[in-house]
Design a binder for this molecule. Structure first.
Ligand code: TYD
Length: 126
């Protein structure tokens, strides 16, 4: 888990991240976010060959389940000032989304389908 800066303010708090500040283990190349996830739905279900990611619960909460090929570990993300670093080579699923939750993902690479492993058996047989 990566702690991000928090600027407390009676008008509302603020968190930021920027390249070169030493907090992320990569330079940000792309940002995407998922939202309006229906109750009970799952996202993810893949691994990356190269892409590194940091997941942040910008709003609400959800669970990130990581599998390194041997052990599953579940992280509950619910703080907009914390990011979960997911190195390449980890199978991940996201579930248990709260209503209105938003998952923002900072990534090290441009989008490329060739960087995805979307078949679990292929992941296990690497
Ligand atoms: P997908 O990887 O299945 O979403 P997730 O695993 O996060 O639940 O992506 C859904 C679709 O969106 C798929 O067709 C690929 C496309 N997509 C892009 O075009 N650009 C992107 O940056 C991302 C993350 C996905």
């Amino acid at each position: 888990m990566i702690d991000l800066p928090r600027i407390y303010d009676p008008r509302g708090n603020l968190t930021f991240v920027q390249n070169g500040d030493g907090r992320l283990p990569f330079e940000i190349e792309r940002v995407y976010w998922t939202y309006d996830v229906p109750a009970g739905e799952k996202r993810g279900g893949h691994a990356h060959h190269q892409g590194r990611e940091v997941l942040i619960a910008i709003s609400g909460s959800f669970a990130v389940n990581l599998f390194d090929g041997r052990v599953w570990t579940t992280f509950r993300l619910n703080r907009p000032y914390q990011g979960l670093y997911v190195p390449p080579g980890y199978w991940r699923t996201l579930d248990d989304f709260s209503t209105g939750s938003v998952c923002m993902v900072l990534t090290s690479t441009p989008y490329s389908e060739a960087d995805y492993i979307r078949d679990f058996d292929t992941f296990m047989s690497r």
